[in-house]
Ligand binder design. Structure first.
Ligand code: G1P
Length: 293
């Protein structure tokens, strides 16, 4: 078993129904937070953690995501001719290495578990991998959520899930975990439940959408039946896997934005804008002016 986390799975097949009409013709993952598409922010987080290969689980009408991660010959030639060196260098710095991306189609909206299962051949059966849900932006004040998880993985091995507290009245919207030590940065998971009924959650720690999983998960996903919401749930297979291998919860201390919701998307734009030195002074002034008016 190779123990380096080299590959990341990024499911991008979702229809974005929470964000219509914006997502009628544009994939939700291509909506921008400041000047970078949502999916680019997630790839940035993965690259900062040392990920070398990106596996996108796509669907119909998502071709533009593939174009985004390719070089754009006409654009680059034009920037070069016009002497726009800074813009050209920025585009080239973002470009993944040739051969470092894979795109495979999910073929139907059968759930997150099914999306992850679609990556089985590309990941293979002898290395653990990262999984990042692009809706959830993890704005870190340190190295990054996945980078922290990989540090914990190097120490403990096994499987890891990023978690963070949510208000009690929101636990039914997420996967929730119970842990041995609620205060620890990294703690063994004792219980997992997908979208628990109100009042039944084992804690207020929700699964935030960053995972490190062993390839054993693919065998479990292969036999899986539909669970909550009639979808093949990743959490159901993780529960089965947790009976075979250790699972750890890694607490994420930064800010999380669900960009699939309108409020989350707007807040992410403001927060990421305020953290940019070229935008912060004017943006802050304008927000204050709006709030006063
Ligand atoms: C998925 C997972 C859930 C997790 C959530 C984070 O749910 O199944 O465990 O808490 O992502 O966004 P979904 O948002 O697809 O309903």
């Amino acid at each position: 078993m190779n123990n380096r986390i080299r590959k990341a799975v990024i499911p991008v097949a979702g229809l974005g129904t929470r964000f219509l009409p914006a997502t009628k013709a544009i994939p939700k993952e291509m909506l921008t937070i400041v000047d970078r598409p949502v999916v680019q922010h997630v790839v940035d987080e993965a690259r900062a953690a040392g990920i070398e290969h990106f596996v996108f689980i796509t669907g119909r009408n998502k071709g533009v995501i593939e174009d985004h991660f390719d070089s754009a010959f006409e654009l680059e030639a034009t920037l070069e001719r016009r002497g726009k060196v800074k813009e050209l260098e920025a585009l080239r710095a973002d470009l993944p290495l040739a051969g470092a991306t894979s795109f495979t189609r999910q073929q139907g909206p059968l759930g997150l578990g099914h999306a992850v299962w679609c990556a089985r051949d590309i990941i293979g059966d002898d290395e653990p991998f990262a999984l990042l849900l692009p809706d959830m932006l993890h704005h870190s004040h340190g190295k990054g959520c996945l980078a922290d998880m990989i540090d914990a993985f190097k120490k403990h091995g096994g499987n890891h899930i990023a978690v963070a507290p949510v208000p009690e009245d929101q636990t039914h919207q997420y996967g929730i975990v119970g842990v041995e030590d609620v205060k620890a940065k990294v703690s063994k998971i004792t219980k997992m439940v997908e979208k628990p009924a109100k009042g039944t959650a084992p804690s207020n720690l929700h699964i935030t959408g960053r995972y490190i999983l062993q390839p054993t998960i693919f065998n479990l996903l292969a036999n899986q039946e539909a669970g909550a919401g009639g979808e093949i749930q990743l959490t159901d297979s993780m529960i089965a896997l947790s009976r075979l291998e250790p699972f750890y919860a890694c607490r994420f201390d930064g800010d999380i934005y669900d960009t699939g919701s309108k409020i989350g998307f707007l807040l992410a734009n403001i927060a990421y804008g305020l953290s940019r030195s070229d935008l912060e002074p004017e943006l802050r002034r304008e927000i204050e002016r709006l709030l006063e008016s």
